[in-house]
Structures are given as structure tokens and as C-alpha cells.
Design a protein around this ligand. Structure first.
Ligand code: SF4
Ligand code: SF4
Length: 260
């Protein structure tokens, strides 16, 4: 990708940036490449030196590292430590990196040998308990979502490059959903984690008539007993709520609290 950029003849400093994936579907990286209308402006901000989905050559000389995916093997653990050593800023990209994501669903079976046998049968493969990046390294910035939302990433990355503060919404998805004028999905008989999930996706799922599954993890001061009350008043089974809370891994500590 093009190295130097100038504006009125003056060179613009662009941080050397690399994208990496651990265990993931790579959907978050694909999101970065989506939305061609703003892609060139986005790339103007960064000098991309490593991005397997977008370029064939790569360099290990970078300042910002975006890491997608969760740690599920010993070699990924080693790779992550190496990336951390090189990067000035390490960004966890997407729910897998932030919480374990859908990958962490296997942790709930507790018996890894049984899981391996069920999934891979006679083709054993190395795999360990799924863990988020922050279990191994210091994460400087988290970008939530499964997948991440491109518009939000563009704003976050612009702020990061300009040295501005990055403030994730503290309020829940319900706020964005209501602001968008949607009919509450509970009133249509569908479970939704909008009341306890961190906003920032602009209520992506409820806008499309689907209940939130909590891919962005909990909002600040998420009120789970209130969520339970809402579920009860709409005759939504507790298990339906637990299935959603367990899906992306962001609510694991809340679930432990609820199970006490
Ligand atoms: S967070 Fe979702 S979209 Fe992103 S890599 Fe993980 S599974 Fe894929
Ligand atoms: S509505 Fe919920 S599940 Fe859908 S993108 Fe937003 S946080 Fe994720």
C-alpha cells in the first residue's frame, strides 16, 4: 500500500499499522475492507504494513496492531506475546478478541477431550480453553461487536490517530433502539438483550426486527434484575435469556453472579 501521503506538499504522519488474526472467522477484518465509499479515506489515516486479507507482503515493523480472534492454541499465545512486544498500541478487534466471542461457547462443556472428540473425531487437533487477549497481554483499546461496525471503527481509528480520547457509549442498546423509533421487540414476543448491552452499533439487530444477542458485552451498570423482570413480564423463559447472555462471552461474570 502507498507509503507517503502529503497535504499541500507537507507529509502527513501515518502510524505503521498491522492487522492480525487468531482463532476467528475473520469477519471483523472483512468489515475493515467493506464500505468502499470510505475505505480510501480510512487508508489515508494509516500506513498498513501487514494485512493478510488485503496484501501479500508484510512487515513486522509496526506501531499499532489490530488483533482479531481469541486464543485457542499455545502457538497463538506465543504470537500474541510477540505482537504485544512490537506494538505501541494493541487493539482488540471484535468480540472474539474482547471476550472470547462465539468461540468460547466450547468452554461451557468443561471437558476439552470430549469436545475434541465430538468435533474432530478421529482427526485430533490441538486446542485449549478459549480465552480473550486480555488474559495474556495488556490491551490498549477494545473495539466491540460481532462483527465490528465499520462506521464506529472509522470514528475510533480517526480519534486514535489524532490522539483524541476514545469514549465508548456507556448506555445500553435500548437507548439507540428507542431513538431510532423501533417498536420494542419484547412487545412483539421476542427476547432481546438491548436493556443490558453496550450501545454503539446503532441498534443494528433491533432495527432489522431481531432481538439483540449482546455481542458488544455489558453496558456500564447493566441492570440484570431489571432485565429478568422485563423477561418475566413478557413470559420469556429464563433459559432464552441465558442462551443469549452466554453466546459471545461478554456476560460471563454477570452469569456467574446470577447463578450464585
Ligand atoms: S467477533 Fe464475530 S465477526 Fe469478528 S472474528 Fe469473531 S466471530 Fe468473526
Ligand atoms: S443489536 Fe446487539 S447483537 Fe446486534 S449488533 Fe448491536 S449489540 Fe450486537
Amino acid at each position: 500500500m502507498e507509503k507517503s501521503k502529503t497535504y499541500l506538499g507537507v507529509e502527513i504522519k501515518r502510524p505503521r499499522t498491522a492487522f492480525f488474526e487468531l482463532s476467528s472467522c475473520e469477519g471483523c477484518q472483512l468489515q475493515i475492507l467493506n464500505k468502499e465509499a470510505s475505505l480510501l479515506n480510512f487508508l489515508d489515516l494509516l500506513e498498513i504494513v501487514n494485512f493478510r486479507e488485503a496484501m501479500s507482503n508484510g512487515s513486522d515493523d509496526y506501531e499499532i496492531a489490530f488483533v482479531e480472534g481469541s486464543v485457542t492454541r499455545a502457538d497463538e499465545e506465543e504470537r500474541l506475546l510477540k505482537i504485544r512486544k512490537q506494538a505501541t498500541t494493541l487493539v482488540a478487534l471484535g468480540s472474539c478478541a474482547c471476550f472470547g466471542g462465539v468461540n468460547q461457547l466450547k468452554n461451557r462443556f468443561h471437558d476439552l477431550e470430549w469436545v475434541k472428540n465430538e468435533v474432530y473425531g478421529g482427526h485430533p487437533i490441538e486446542t485449549q480453553e478459549v480465552r480473550p487477549l486480555s488474559d495474556f497481554v495488556i490491551v490498549d483499546l477494545s473495539i466491540y461487536g460481532c462483527p465490528i461496525k465499520k462506521e464506529e471503527v472509522e470514528e475510533i481509528v480517526t480519534n486514535l490517530v489524532l490522539g483524541k480520547s476514545i469514549d465508548h457509549p456507556r448506555y445500553p442498546v435500548c437507548m439507540e433502539c428507542t431513538a431510532n423509533g423501533n417498536i420494542c421487540l419484547f412487545n412483539l414476543g421476542e427476547p432481546c438483550l438491548g436493556p443490558v448491552t453496550r450501545a454503539g452499533c446503532d441498534a443494528w439487530c433491533p432495527n432489522n426486527r431481531m432481538g439483540c444477542w449482546g455481542c458488544r458485552g455489558p453496558s456500564d451498570e447493566a441492570n440484570f434484575s431489571q432485565l429478568q423482570e422485563i423477561m418475566d413480564s413478557h413470559n420469556i423463559p429464563r433459559q432464552a435469556m441465558l442462551d443469549r447472555l452466554e453466546c459471545f462471552g461478554g456476560f460471563s461474570s454477570a452469569i456467574r453472579e446470577m447463578e450464585k
